[in-house]
Design a protein around this ligand. Structure first.
Ligand code: AOS
Ligand code: ZN
Ligand code: ZN
Length: 392
């Protein structure tokens, strides 16, 4: 299949507008519960994490926001941090709360049976909202480690009620132009029940909260075999897909590079996005990476991931929508499937190389970064890089 010039030009226009948000924690040292491997030149503070994220944007041209995590990225002056980001050509994206690394939260945070602990968790989210005000961030991202390990440990329904009440207070503290996104995960660190295990639970809470609450879909947070593109389609129908946390998984929440384990799944997800017209930043869906680079270098790991998202997006943009619809309406099963596979099987790397050159970028971001000398520079300058805060 050769796409028409018109299709290619439309794809390029959409790709120019696409943005991918980077997680600050991808740049710090990370590992598994067994070992954190320290790498040379990793950032020592949030300023340096943002500087590294800005490198990813410099070479890809489509990663202009950095998501922060509080308190991992705590600084004295968040306005100053935002100015630092702006000076490097990026801005602050979503603010992630953290109510999972404090002894008080062992049995839950926003769902905890003790009102005092719930208050502490709610107040932490209010602190995150202050950070949003200082940095110009528009989205509060909530992922909870809350859950149960044993049947009978707490009331399932009671915890949902407490969660609804706590979330309502946090949502009520947002400014009119601020949004909340609620992430779900079906297991880990709790194993019997997590309190926001699936898209349905997240959606129900979001619907109760209001128009400015929507669901975060982390691609690693489902049971094996789950049809993720179905969930994407369903949330888009409701206008409640707030964000992706993109990563790859072979087994659990592996947080490997997006598109590494199952590029076809990523394509199918992006096909739903493109069909719904949800690629444009104005549609309100944020395309974020949520990854750890435990054994590979971090900045190139992020660059590669951005490129993987772009490749899947390009293939989705090359689907011949008219031919697909015609085949679907004619009941031509193999014809319709063939239209999709023609797009998926297209080598889109030359198109993306041309696009980058048109955008004033190097055709090969990986090679351009490698040639820049930045990795050697940070290895020489930075001693004692910080742990990402994750996977210790
Ligand atoms: C945890 O499994 C979730 O994926 C979170 O989105 C994220 O990895 C963590 O909050 C970093 O906050
Ligand atoms: Zn996530
Ligand atoms: Zn996760």
């Amino acid at each position: 299949m050769t796409a028409s010039t018109k299709t290619v030009e439309a794809a390029k226009a959409a790709l120019r507008r696409q943005t991918i948000e980077l997680p600050s924690w991808a740049f710090g040292n990370s590992g598994t519960r067994f070992k954190v491997f320290a790498q040379q030149g990793v950032p020592r503070d949030p300023y340096e994490k943002i500087a590294d994220a800005a490198q990813v944007n410099l070479y890809t041209g489509v990663a202009p926001r950095v998501s922060l995590h509080i308190p991992w990225d705590l600084v004295d002056d968040f306005s100053d941090l935002a100015r630092h980001a702006a000076g490097l050509g990026v801005s602050i994206g979503m603010i992630n709360s953290n109510v999972f690394q404090d002894d008080d939260f062992m049995l839950g945070s926003l769902t905890h049976p003790d009102k005092r602990v719930r208050r502490k968790a709610i107040d932490h989210h209010k602190q995150c909202i202050d950070v949003m005000r200082a940095t110009g961030s528009s989205h509060l991202k909530v992922w909870l480690a809350d859950g149960l390990n044993y049947p009978g440990q707490d009331s399932i329904r009671g915890r949902q009620d407490r969660l609804a009440e706590s979330l309502a207070e946090v949502y009520g503290a947002l400014d009119e132009d601020q949004h909340m996104v609620l992430e779900y995960k079906f297991f880990e660190p709790a194993f019997y029940i997590t309190d926001v295990p699936d898209w349905g639970t997240s959606l129900l809470h979001c619907l109760a909260l209001g128009d400015r609450a929507s669901v975060v879909l982390d691609t690693g947070h489902h049971a094996p075999g789950t049809n993720i593109e179905f969930i994407v389609a369903q949330l888009l129908r409701q206008g409640r897909l707030g964000a992706f946390d993109f990563n790859s998984r072979f087994y659990a929440d592996d947080d490997l590079m997006v598109g590494a384990a199952d590029p076809f799944q990523l394509f199918r997800i992006m096909h739903e996005i493109v069909q719904a017209g949800a690629l444009d930043p104005a549609s309100g869906v944020s395309f974020m990476l949520d990854q750890c680079h435990n054994i590979e270098p971090k900045i190139p790991g992020q660059i590669r991931s951005v490129m993987n998202v772009q490749e899947a997006t390009t293939k989705a943009l090359l689907v011949d929508a008219d031919a697909l619809l015609a085949a679907q309406q004619a009941g031509d099963v193999l014809g319709a499937h063939g239209v999709l596979m023609d797009a998926y099987d297209t080598d889109v790397r030359p198109l993306l190389a041309t696009l980058r050159e048109e955008m004033g970028l190097a055709a090969d971001p990986m090679a351009a970064y490698a040639a820049s000398g930045y990795a050697d520079k940070i290895a020489a300058e930075r001693v004692g890089g910080a742990q990402a805060g994750w996977g210790a």
